[in-house]
Structure formats: C-alpha cells, structure tokens
Design a protein around this ligand. Structure first.
Ligand code: 9WN
Length: 420
C-alpha cells in the first residue's frame, strides 16, 4: 500500500500522459503503436481530462464527432494526419465520411461520458452537450438500424468493431472466412510490441480481408450487410449501447431534447441483451448470427451486464469464480478455459477500461464485487504503470505503454483521489 504522496505522483503522471498523447483537439491512445484518434479511447480520454480540464474534455468529444458519417455512423479511427507507423491506413480503409476514417464503428461509450461530464458541471457544460446530443442520437439510431439482429442484440461486423480484436468469441466465425486475395502486407503493430502479445497472422489476414470487403462496396450499409459473412451478436456492443442509450435518454430529458423513440429502443435492446443468455454456459455469451452457434465463452464482456442495468446471479457467480483466479483485474477471457492466454491481448489480459465499465456497473447496482474490481485495477496500475493492458495473474504490463485510457481510468476512477 502506497501513501498519499505516491498516489498524488501517480495522478500527476496520468495527467502528463494525457498531455503527452494530446495532438491538439484529440488524443492518440499511445505514440507510435496507435498514432490516430480512436473512438472509444477518445471518449475515455474525455473522462480523464474532465478530472482537471473540463473544456479539453468537451473538445475531445467534439473532435470525435467531426468524423461522423452522413449515415450517423461514428468511425472507429479518424486519420487526422497520415502516419505510416500504423497499418491499415486511410488508403486501405477508403472511408466515405467527412474526414479520412475507417469504415466501422466501436462500442458506443461516448454518451456514457457525456452524461457523466455534464453532471459534474451542468452550467458550464450545457451548450457543449446540447450541440453533441443530436449527433450522439443519430449515431445510436444508426446502431439500431444497421447493427441489431432479429432479437434486438447489437452485432459486430468486424472483430475490430467490438474493440476486443482477437477475443476467442470470434474464433469460429473467423474460421469460416477464406481470406483469398488479401495478398502481401506489412503489419506495423508487431514492430512496436512483442508479437506474442498481439493477434496472429491468421487473425490479421481476416481483419484485412473484411476491410477490403467493406471498401469494395463503398461501405454501403445495406450492401455490406448482405455480403458480410462475419456478423456476431455480442455482449460488448449490446450492453454498452444499452447503458449509453439510458444515459442519452437521461441527458436528453435534462436538456429538454426530443427524446422520442429512445424508450422503445431501450426495450428492444433489453430484449436483445437477454437473448445473449447462453443456457448451457449459464452466462451472457456471443452468438454467431449466421450459424446461430454460441461462442461458449465467459469473457469480460459477459460482465458488462450490470452497467446496462441487468442483474444476474449466475453471471455474478462466474465473476466470483474468475476473480478468485486472478489478482490484477477482470481477465478478458475465462482463466479456466484452455483458450486463456494471460498476455495475448483480448485472450486473457486485464484492461483498465473494461474493469471500469464492469466496476462502475456493479457499483451502480449495489453489488458487493464493485470494490474488488476497482482495487485490482488500482493495484495493477500502482505496481505496473499505465500499460495498455496487464497480465491478470502477475500484473505484468503488456502492449503499449504511457497509455491514454489507462491514465484516464486512473484519474476518473481507480486513483484514491478519484471522484467516480
Ligand atoms: C484496432 C486503440 C485500439 C483500441 C482497441 C484495441 C486496439 C486496434 C489495433 O487498439 O485495436 O482498432 O490495431 O490493435 O483492441 O480496443 O481501441 O487503443
């Protein structure tokens, strides 16, 4: 246990990281490995900035929304300036928005933080959030139009869309893809980070094949939906959109916006969330929409249910079982599964952002595990720094360092000085 001076120093280091990664109006996840603006990273950055610079927090969200497409979609990467340290860049993606971008989205966390930041300082934030609200509404509507399955769950159409790139949930759907014609390409990620901590070539070939497929139809939502073999109803997207939609509604009511339709959409998403209950696994799980097959995975995404306002005793029992095996946060995949790899990206490591979404959800529903999830996250960061992710067994830092969202989660939630 550190004393308060040490925590103050960690707070200062977290603020330094946010400034270090600030490119003027937007924040990169970390220099080199990810030199662009990423969607959900940026919303977390806003949460971090809001702890000490309210104006800069709003600017982050405002810049994110400048990339919004005419359809309402908000891309997962905005390429504000070309940087060849990352692949695939704007030439491969061929996004069709107002600025160069990718063609897929990411979990809709922005409205969650817009509400949180607004409630922290309503007077000063009112005009800023009023301007953002209709854009967030349009983005959520696009999700409802293009990403729901028949049951009302939200689907991922590319492994990068859920932000949990190589999680075992995608193994079977990706296996069905023959990545013909992908050709030669040079990965950049493995020149920044140990390949043992990154997705495999098998995964990358399919990631790029899916990007090429979207670009081949100009990212037309209807055309792509008809030809895309990868469509998985997913707890990450569904629980997060449900939580964000509740926040959008509360925010809209507070601001006097036109909230027509949102309550009905929440009911659809609630049904969709319940459709992700796998009766054999006795837990929330991903479901391949093409085959109807369950992934059969207890993952950190299963534990996002509380954030969405859905309590479940059997999922809580899984959380207790899983947490008894680790010391540094919620593992992204079940440590008792043969597919668990504690250092490989989304196949085992603990991520501060998921811990935050899970822990804050547990706290909102008064669940006793909330403090444990926060304490684990605090321990990971205080012992091992602001890494992209952590080995949940040893706490070893993994992936990139000086990471924006880890610093933001520290400032907003994990630090003993945090107000959240
Ligand atoms: C692809 C930026 C992003 C995160 C994702 C994380 C990782 C990108 C990559 O980095 O994905 O989007 O190239 O590996 O999986 O959640 O937003 O930090």
């Amino acid at each position: 246990m550190k004393d308060m001076a040490d925590y103050d120093a960690l707070d200062a280091e977290a603020r330094r990281i946010l400034h270090l990664n600030d490119r003027g109006g937007y924040t990169v996840p970390t220099d080199g490995l990810y030199p662009y603006q990423w969607n959900w990273d940026s919303a977390f950055a806003a949460f971090g900035f809001a702890q000490f610079d309210l104006d800069r927090a709003w600017v982050e969200l405002e810049t994110l929304m400048t990339g919004q497409w005419a359809s309402g979609m908000v891309p997962h990467i905005l390429f504000h300036q070309v940087d060849d340290r990352y692949f695939p860049g704007p030439d491969v993606w061929q996004g069709v928005g107002p600025i160069p971008s990718s063609g897929i989205t990411q979990p809709a966390v922005a409205a969650i933080f817009a509400r949180l930041i607004y409630e922290q300082a309503p007077e000063e934030s009112r005009d800023r959030v009023m301007a953002l609200w209709p854009k967030l509404r349009a983005w959520h509507r696009w999700f409802m139009d293009w990403r729901t399955d028949d049951a009302g769950a939200i689907c991922v159409t590319h492994p990068w869309e859920a932000g949990r790139d190589n999680t075992p949930e995608w193994d079977a759907p990706l296996k069905r893809i023959d990545p013909q014609g992908v050709g030669e390409y040079t990965r950049r990620d493995t020149s920044h980070v140990d390949p043992a901590m990154r997705p495999t070539k098998f995964d990358y070939d399919r990631y790029i094949w899916l990007v090429n497929l979207g670009a081949s139809v100009g990212w037309d939502d209807a055309k792509l939906k008809a030809i895309n073999p990868f469509r998985v109803a997913d707890p990450t997207m569904t629980f997060i959109l449900l939580r964000a939609h509740r926040d959008l509604l509360a925010l809209g009511e507070a601001l006097g916006c036109d909230t027509a339709g949102i309550a009905d959409e929440i009911a659809v998403l609630e049904a969709g969330a319940r459709s992700l209950w796998n009766p054999e696994l006795r837990c929330f799980d991903a479901r391949d929409v093409v085959t109807g097959d369950w992934a059969g995975c207890v993952s950190s995404a299963s534990f996002l249910c509380w954030g969405a306002g859905i309590d479940d005793a059997e999922t809580a029992a899984h959380l207790d079982r899983v947490m008894a095996k680790v010391q540094y946060g919620v593992p992204s995949h079940d440590p008792e599964s043969p597919r668990f790899e504690p250092k490989r990206y989304w196949r085992g490591p603990s991520w501060a952002i998921m811990n935050y979404l899970i822990g804050s959800g547990l706290a909102a529903m008064g669940k006793p595990q909330a403090d444990m999830v926060r304490d684990h996250t605090r321990a990971a960061i205080e012992h091992h720094g602001f890494a992209e992710y952590f080995d949940p067994l040893t706490g070893d830092p993994a992936g990139g360092s000086t990471f924006t969202w880890t610093a933001a989660v520290w400032l907003g939630w994990a630090s003993p000085n945090a107000r959240g």
